[in-house]
Design a protein around this ligand. Structure first.
Ligand code: MG
Length: 338
């Protein structure tokens, strides 16, 4: 092991710098293979004549019910979205449940109903599963794992490795809503707000933009670690520089207000129904237009571009005209966000 970490700390689950190191220093070398080493949102597998996307994710969000959703639709949408980020059409999901002894059956039924509806909306089937129950305090209420398979349309090659100089960067909507509503609920912050989680399936949006344009190079959903961390991942994977413009990044006023109040940068707050697209410059208007026509895309905006300099780094032009480096998230802002 090429790492000096002695014990796992919460920061290793943040989605940021420590998490990235845990994965690259310990997990990837443990199973060393070229499919895993790509580190996209889903593995891409050649099976017979088909190319499949395969992805897994575990959901430990606390609280399990929150404005805009619950752990159930989060678990369906999250895996659907990770499949969709390779351009795949998600088809089948598995469901792994870990339940704490004493968990109310009513709550479980409610969560399963939500999952059924979310699966129907995303047009996927939950086709296999597993259930474990552990003694009180051995887990907290409920954890859910979903894995998924999708089919990648012929000829499509969308990956975090494929962003290139000149690409424009689109965000599909306002940022930071999921993380902020979880924070408000968890910390019981007294704040009158209409904020709800943005959890949503993005697969139909992805299919629409693929149909609209063959100039989409990279897609990613900025979940844990937020937009700031996601852009850093792609800057590293594609070995490109990124410039973003603070004034173009859409943030709802009340989300911005909570961020100011708590001293949080919305660039590092989790989203669960947004995507970032790297698009060739001559295609950007039609992709933006296609996203804006989608149910969750009306606030889409171009937030930056890929530059020839500062490979592997993200810079932001601030509202007041300054320039600052946007690093990966360091330190755990809020564990159990998803
Ligand atoms: Mg993802």
């Amino acid at each position: 092991m090429t790492t000096d970490m002695e014990k796992i700390v919460l920061d290793h689950g943040s989605g940021g710098k420590a998490y990235f190191r845990l994965i690259s220093d310990l997990l990837v070398p443990s199973f060393d293979n070229p499919i895993l080493a790509r580190l996209d949102d889903s593995a891409v597998l050649d099976v017979g004549k088909n190319r499949l996307a395969f992805s897994t994710d575990t959901y430990v969000v606390d609280p399990i019910f929150f404005p805009g959703g619950n752990i159930g639709d989060l678990a369906v949408n999250g895996t659907v979205n990770d499949l969709a980020m390779s351009g795949a059409v998600p088809r089948y999901l598995s469901l792994g449940l870990i339940l704490e002894e004493g968990f109310p059956t009513d709550d479980l039924e409610k969560i399963l109903r939500t999952m059924k509806n979310a699966a129907a909306k995303a047009d996927v089937l939950i086709v296999t599963g597993d259930t474990k129950v552990v003694p009180r305090k051995a887990a907290d209420k409920i954890y859910i794992n979903t894995s998924g398979i999708g089919i990648i349309p012929d000829g499509l090659n969308i990956s975090g490795h494929n962003a290139r100089c000149g690409d424009k960067i689109i965000i599909s909507g306002t940022i930071a809503e999921h993380g902020i509503i979880i924070l408000i609920q968890r910390e019981k912050i007294e704040f009158e707000s209409e904020i709800t989680s943005d959890t949503a399936p993005l697969n139909s949006m992805v299919q629409r933009i693929i149909q609209a344009s063959d100039g989409i190079h990279a897609l990613r959903d900025p979940t844990r670690g937020g937009v700031g961390t996601t852009l850093n991942e792609i800057a590293i994977q594609s070995n490109i520089g990124i410039d973003i413009y603070e004034e173009s990044i859409p943030v709802k006023e009340e989300v911005a207000a909570v961020c100011r109040l708590l001293g949080i940068d919305p660039l590092y707050v989790a989203n669960e129904g947004r995507l970032i697209a790297f698009v060739s410059p001559d295609h950007v208007e039609k992709v933006l237009d296609a996203i804006r026509r989608c149910e969750h895309g009306k606030d889409a905006a171009i937030i930056g571009e890929v530059t020839s300099g500062h490979a592997g780094k993200v810079r932001m032009k601030t509202r007041i005209g300054g320039l600052r480096i946007v690093d990966m998230l360091t330190g755990e802002q809020l564990p159990r966000i998803c």
